[in-house]
Design a protein around this ligand. Structure first.
Ligand code: ADP
Ligand code: MG
Length: 703
């Protein structure tokens, strides 16, 4: 933030800042349960938004129930049956005027419950309909008994369903939220986004939006509410995205306020490396290199993300940045997400740096005992370059003067890990510069939101001489032809990958599948030398196989997805991917990026097992159509949303309450515009907005 934040309004003045215990009926036990959900102040309740809605505004005749639909029905108990044969079970048959029967099934129940459900009892229940052996069923529906014959009125509004916690039922949490909503101030006092910035966007008022999402009127558009596209939800999504943007910008400002060593070297080592490279840098590499050089020369820490498609040449850009630090006597750490990738960087960097007299230390999890001690000692004494995996962040690793932390394939790491590596180099208010490399091209608007704390450089040009990869999708029924194709390609001196993939995250199963394929190919292609590499092999053995493949001694490499990231063998020009229908676009694109690195025309065979789902068919289609990582990323976003694209689960950063980056992407340009204006013109309001939406989570973001 450019100026210190003004203190928020005193709690006495802002009803939102009062503790929840000031609400009637909220005693210590309830307050404690609410606190478990992070709900401590009244405004936390205002912004505790429904996950979804239930429509209890009407009764559905049993005859009209459709499987998969959630519905409310009312009827009379016809028969009750309890069984204990395999597991306890209570079955209740319910009929209504439509003269059809619905079975209610319970696997947990109490004796008293059975008595309450005697034949003749009238019930109203709500649940999801599924198709049982004898017609429609509901498993564990919510239900209540209705006294007398007259039907009670149905709900007037959609019923919100809130995120909750053990011991805090929906009714109770909805009850406290309703009480909190009574304290919502009028628009003028509630809004934190200044009217002048809001006006051009034609958004509904915040007060209105909150009341609508918590208590949708009976005539609200249910379809819109379900999709999250209702104007009230869009209003809140806008504000949430804005908050997210502001909090990342704040994180950035906090880091930028620290100091980093100015790394403006004499260029001697960089010149020497460039002179030895067998190629000239692309225009994009030169441009991005210059951006990094400028950042490194400053005393504010660099926070730069280099985004470049597979094969765009990020490694050499990172190497040049490393040398700039080394020229100034500072240390560099490079962290890669897998051992294989780290090893490849190690070999590249050693090949480039050792002739220049620059040592490279290796520090991965498998480096143990004496070797580890020696590596740690070298790092502590100021060894110029250290390459490794997560092991770099372990305890006991202490750098003497870390000037630059490089993280490769950032999407594989969480924000926490990136910060941890930075903190490794922290001393007082000094931190190292950070350079992050990623091959996951994400659309620009998304990048500006997801990485709002970073400056983004794009390596948007492939080195010359690459020919696009021809991609085909072939059914596994034609496996024989595909194997034939490998024979033909290898007869021409080309090399091939055969990649075995499984959906389970099990290295063991994947390794087994690879062994089976290896045996099959060895039998089918007797004249060819075939190698096998998978995650369960010793690094030394893996390396030996990779080296043999790289040297051209092996014609075919059967591999698991361990080769997904970064492996580089330019003569390999054919890739077969098994079970391609199970993989996401990003992963397919990464894998395919292993071929098409030389000047020979390359091809990729996506081997699938029919039948194909709609989604799988679309993905394979996209892969056939384009090699452009950015276009594939756009498609990926369309097909499956941004969560997976960005590795949300790992970062825990983009868990929104109501916003959805894919659905609400069109809001992002306005979010960025309003965000910039608020930071400059209204920093105190920006601060309060973050506190309102993120609260406790912001403490983490500021870590
Ligand atoms: P990625 O961006 O996927 O990490 P790499 O850095 O592994 O890509 O580079 C891919 C291949 O391209 C490597 O063999 C590298 O040596 C080569 N390469 C990098 N830059 C150039 C260039 N300017 N001209 C030709 N080849 C290059
Ligand atoms: Mg790479």
């Amino acid at each position: 933030m450019t100026s210190p934040a003004r203190a928020p309004l005193a709690a006495a003045e802002d009803p939102g800042l009062q503790p929840v215990s000031t609400l009637p009926g909220v005693g210590p036990a309830l307050a404690q349960a609410l606190a478990r959900l992070g709900l401590e102040r009244v405004q936390d309740l205002w912004f505790h938004l429904p996950l979804r809605y239930e429509d209890r505004t009407r009764l559905t005749p049993i005859r009209e129930l459709r499987p998969g639909q959630s519905a409310q029905v009312e009827g009379r108990v016809e028969a009750v049956e309890t069984g204990f044969r395999y597991r306890p079970q209570l079955k209740v048959a319910l009929t209504d005027d439509s003269a059809a029967t619905l079975v209610l099934r319970f696997f947990h129940f109490r004796r008293a419950q059975v008595e309450q459900l005697a034949p003749g009892t009238r019930l109203r229940c709500y649940g999801e309909v599924r198709l049982g052996a004898n017609g429609p069923e509901m498993v564990h529906p919510q239900y209540e008994r209705i006294a007398g014959e007259a039907s009670a009125p149905v709900e007037e509004r959609l019923t919100p369903v809130y995120p909750t916690t053990e011991g805090l039922g929906q009714k109770r949490i909805a009850g406290v939220i309703a009480k909190a909503l009574l304290r919502l101030p009028d628009d003028a006092r509630l809004e934190l986004v200044p009217a002048a910035l809001r006006a051009p966007l034609a958004l509904s008022s915040l007060r209105e939006a909150l009341l609508t999402v918590h208590r949708p009127p009976a005539d609200a558009d249910v379809a819109q509410l379900t999709l999250g596209t209702h104007p009230a939800q869009q209003r809140l999504a806008f504000e949430e995205l804005l908050t997210h943007h502001l909090s990342l910008k704040r994180l950035r400002a906090q880091v930028r306020a620290l100091r980093a060593p100015a790394l403006a070297g004499d260029g001697r080592l960089r010149k020497a490396l460039l002179a030895r490279l067998p190629f000239a840098l692309t225009g994009a590499q030169r441009r991005v290199g210059a951006e990094i050089e400028r950042d490194l020369a400053a005393t504010a820490p660099m926070l730069r993300l280099v985004q470049g498609d597979v094969g765009s040449g990020k490694t050499v850009v990172a190497a040049l940045a490393a040398l700039a630090a080394v020229e100034c006597g500072h240390q560099v750490a490079l962290m890669a997400p897998t051992e294989l990738l780290a090893e490849q960087h190690l070999r590249n960097f050693r090949g480039w740096f050792e002739p220049l007299g620059v040592d490279v230390v290796w520090l991965a999890g498998k480096v143990q005992g004496r070797a580890r001690k020696a590596a740690l000692a070298a790092v502590a004494q100021g060894a110029p370059v250290t390459i490794g995996t997560h092991a770099l962040m372990q305890e006991g690793v202490a750098f003497a003067r870390l000037g630059l932390a490089i993280v490769d394939e950032q999407h594989r790491f969480g924000v926490h890990q990136r910060l941890a590596l930075r903190d490794k180099g922290a001393r007082g208010d000094g931190v190292p510069h950070q350079l992050v490399l990623t091959a996951t091209p994400i659309p620009r608007t998304l990048a500006m939101t997801a990485y709002a704390d970073l400056d983004v450089s794009a390596l948007d040009e492939l080195p010359p001489g690459r020919t696009p990869v021809q991609t085909v999708a072939i059914s596994n029924a034609r496996r024989g032809e595909v194997i034939e194709r490998i024979r033909a390609a290898c007869a021409e001196g080309r090399q091939a990958y055969w990649v075995c993939t499984l959906i389970e995250e099990s290295e063991q199963l994947e390794a087994q599948a690879a062994e089976v394929a290896y045996a099959e190919l060895t039998a089918a292609l007797p004249g060819l030398r075939i190698g096998l590499v998978h995650g369960r092999m010793k690094p030394k053995d893996k390396q030996a196989v990779m080296d043999a493949f790289k040297a051209g001694e092996l014609a075919v490499l059967v591999a698991t997805t361990v080769i997904e990231v970064g492996v580089d063998v330019p003569n390999a020009s054919l890739m077969v991917i098994e079970n391609a229908e199970r993989l996401g676009l990003a992963q397919l694109h990464q894998l395919r990026g292993r071929v098409g690195r030389g000047s020979v025309a390359s091809s990729c065979v996506l081997l699938y097992r029919p039948p194909l789902s709609q989604l799988a068919r679309q993905r394979l289609e996209v892969m056939r159509e384009t090699n452009d990582g950015f276009r594939i990323a756009e498609k990926d976003l369309e097909l499956r949303g941004p969560g997976e694209l960005l590795g949300t689960r790992q970062t825990g950063q983009l868990a929104f309450r109501i916003a959805d980056l894919a659905r609400d992407a069109r809001l992002l340009p306005a979010v960025q515009r309003v965000g910039e204006a608020m930071l400059v013109q209204h920093p105190a309001l920006a601060e309060r907005l973050v506190a309102r939406w993120i609260g406790g989570a912001a403490r983490y973001a500021g870590a």
